[in-house]
Design a binder for this molecule. Sequence first.
Ligand code: ADP
Ligand code: MG
Length: 842
Amino acid sequence: MERAHPPRTTRSTTRLRTLRATVIAAIAFGVVALSFDGWYRSTLVKRERERVRASATPFAGALQSSVERRLSRLAGLKTLVETRRQLGDIRAEFDSYAEALSVGVPGVRALQLVDSGRIVATRPSVDSSRLHGYDLYRHPVERVRKDVDRALGTDSIVITGPLELLQGGRGLVARQRVRRAESDAPQLVVMVIDLPAVVSEARAIASAPPSVSITLRDRADSVVDGGATLDDPITVPVHLPDGTWHVDAAPSEGWAAAVASDLRPTRIALALIMALLLWLTYVLFGRQERLTLAVANRTEDLEHANRELQREIHTRQGAEERLRGNDERLRLALVSGRMGTWEYDARDDMVYWSKNAMALLGGPAVDTTEHGADFLRAVPSEFHESIAKAVGEAKRGSRAMSDCRAEFRYTLPDGSERWLYASGELQAGAHDLGDRLVGVIVDITERRHLEEQLLQSQKMEAVGTLAGGIAHDFNNLLTAILGFAQLSQMQAAALDTESRGPALRAGLDELRTDLDEIVKAGERASLLTGQLLAFSRRQVHKPTRVDINGVVREVERMLVRLIGERITLEPLVSSHPLPVLADPGQVAQVIVNLVVNARDALPSGGVIKLRTDRLVVAEGVEPPISGLGVGTWVLVAVEDNGTGMSPEVMARIFEPFFTTKRVGEGTGLGLSTVYGIVTQGGGRVTVQSAVDVGTTVQVALPLHLAASGTAPQREAGALQQQRAAHVLVVEDEPGLRRLVAEILTRRGYTVEVASDGLEALTALDGATTPPDLVLSDVVMPRLGGRALADEIVRRGMTIPVLFMSGYPAGEELPEDEAHTFIGKPFTPDALVRKVRALLERV
Ligand code: ADP
Ligand code: MG
C-alpha cells in the first residue's frame, strides 16, 4: 500500500528557526549588555567626578587663602592709617610701610591711599605720575566708580575686578574704609592684586593634575581664569570677603574620554561573552531544533503506522465478528437440528465428540474424547456391522457424506434409547489421509417414531379396509342367516304341535333348540363383525357431547365386578369436566377393553389405575403424547403393574385378531376396536410397556367445548300419513333380498324387489302408483343406494328412502338422517319398527 506522507518539516526551515532564535537571543543579550554598560559607565563617571572634585577643592582653598593672605596686609595698612597720630606720619611712613607689607606676598601690584576719590599715595610708585592724583570718579569702568562709593559706605573690604589695571595687566582691587578725624585724611586703603599671580600660586599649591581643566568665575559669574567651555563641570565655591566666587572643574577631554580607557576592557569582555553566548545559543538551539525535527518526523511515521495498525485491527475485528456470527449460526443450526459433530482417528481408535454431540449421547455437555470401543458398547450389536461398513466406506475416500452413514440405536446412560444417524467423510489434511474422519451425528428418534407411526397407521388402514370389507359381506350373510332362523323360529312356534304325533313333537322341539343355537351363534358373530367395523372405523355411531368422567363413573361398578377381588381398581378422576364429542357406548367400550386387558395382564393380582385428566398442548412445546396437536385434550390412562409386553408384541397389538391369549380367552379385537374408535374421534392411543414392570395405555380425545346445537327438523313431506302399503326393496344380495321381502310381506306390506339401483329406477319409472317407501342397500353394483335416492329426488318424486347397510362407506350419519338408516345385521322386528316409524313420520 502506498504511504501518503503529510508535508514534512525540512532542514531549511529548521535553520531558519535557529537563526530567528539566535537573533532574538542577540537582542536580549544586547539589551542586557547595554544596560550593564550604562550602569558601569555611570559608576565610572561618578568615580571620576570624585577625583575631579578632589583636585578642584584644594585649588579653591588655596585660592581663598592666597587672597586672604594678601588682604591681611591691607588690614595692616588700615591699622597704620588709623593709628598714626599725624597725618604727616602716615604720608611719611606709607612708602616704607607699604614696602614692608609687600614683602613675601608676590602679586601685590600696589598699595594705595585714596582721599576724596583721588589716589593720594601709591606704592610701588610705578608710573606714579600717571596714578598719583587719579580721580577714581573719572575711571572709565563704571563699576570702579560705584565700588568706590560702596567701599565708603561700609567697613567691609570691597573687591572690584578682575579688571584691566591702570598699571597694566589684570587684577583685583580691594578697598577698605579707614576712619580718621581729620577731614583731609585718606578715606580708603587700597590693594591692587595681580590675579594671574594669585591664581598660579593657588594652582601651584593645589597642584591639580593637568588632565583636569579648571575655570574660575567671580561673584558676577564672569570667567576670571581658564575659559574653556566645560562639559558638566564640578563646581566648588571660593569664599572671598566681598562675595563668593566659583571654581568649575572637569576633565580636559570630557567625561567620556576620561572613563573611556577604564570602560574599554570591560566592553571587550562583554562583547566576547555575548559572542560566546550567541554562538552557544546557535549551536544548542540548532541541535535542539534538529532533534525536534527528528522526533517530529519519527512521531509522524509512528502515527502513520499506528493508523495503518488501527485500520488492520478494525478489519480483523469485522472478520472476527462475522466469524463469531457464523459460529453462532452454526451452533444454532446444530442445536435446533439436534445435531453434533465428531471426529474419528482410526490410528488410535479415538472419537472426539463436540459438546452438542455429547448432549445427544446423554453425557455432560462438554467436548469429550473416548475410545471407539466404549462408544460401540452403548450401540446394540446388530448395528455394529453397518457402522463398520460406513467407516470403511469413508476411509476408502468416498467424498460424499451420504455414502458413509449409519443409523443405529443408542442406549443413553439413563437407560433410555435414542435413534441416531451419523455420517462422515475423510478429512482433507494430507498427512493423515485415510485415518481421520469428520462428520455429524443427528438424533433421529422423533423421525423414526413418526416413520413407525406412519407405517403402523398405513398397516392399520390396510387391515381396516380388509376387515371392513369382510365384515360388510359377512353382515349381509349374517342378516340372512339370522333373519331366516328367526322366521323359522316364528314358523315353528306357530305350528300346532298338539295335533301332531309325539315323535314329530319331539323333532320339532329339537328343531326349535337348534334354531335358538343358530340365532345365538349368529348374534355372537354379529357382535364380532360389529367390533371389526368399529376398528375399521366404518361403524355407524351417534356422536354426542359426553363427559368422560360421567362414563367412568357409570362403568366403574361393572369394572370392579369384571376384574375380581385380587385386583384393585384405583380411579383417579379429574376435577375438571371432560367433555368429548363421541358415542357414549363406544367410550364405555374403550374403557372396558383397556381395563379387561390390564386384568388379563395381572394373573396374580395387582393394581389398575384409571386416570382421567385434561392436557393442554401449547405452541412449540413437545407434547407428552407424540403426535398430539396444539390444543386441549381429554386424557384417559389405564395403568397396570402386570406382565408388560416385549417390543415385538407391542408392535402388533392394534392388529385385529392379534392375541397372545389362548383360544377362547382372547379375540385379538380389544385394542383394534379401541384404536378404531379413538382414531375415528380424532384422538390418539399410545402404549408404554416394559416386561415385568407394567403397561400404561393412554387415550387422548379432543376436548369438546361448544354445546352441540339441535339439528333443524326436516320439513314434513307432502305425502299424508297413510297405511303402509307399498315398499320397493332394492338389494343385490339375493338371500337378503328374499328375507326382507318375506319379513315385510308377512307384516302385510306389498313388496316389490329390485337387485340394484338401476333396476329400481326402471321399476319406479314404469309404476302406475309410486311405492310409499324405498328400502335400499347402500353399496350395490351399477347404481348404489345413495345415487338412487338422489335420482328419486331429481325426478321430482317424494318417496322416503330407508337405507340398510353393513357400513355407511366411512361416513358418520348426521343426527337427522339416523332414522333413514338401519345397520346390518338386523332382526325382523327391528326392520319392521324402522319401516313403520319412517312411514309415520312422512
Ligand atoms: P386380546 O385381549 O383379545 O388378546 P387385544 O387386542 O385386547 O386382544 O390385545 C392384544 C394383545 O395385546 C393381548 O393379547 C396382549 O398380548 C397384549 N396386551 C394388551 N393389553 C395388555 C396389557 N395391559 N398388558 C400386557 N399385554 C397386553
Ligand atoms: Mg383384550
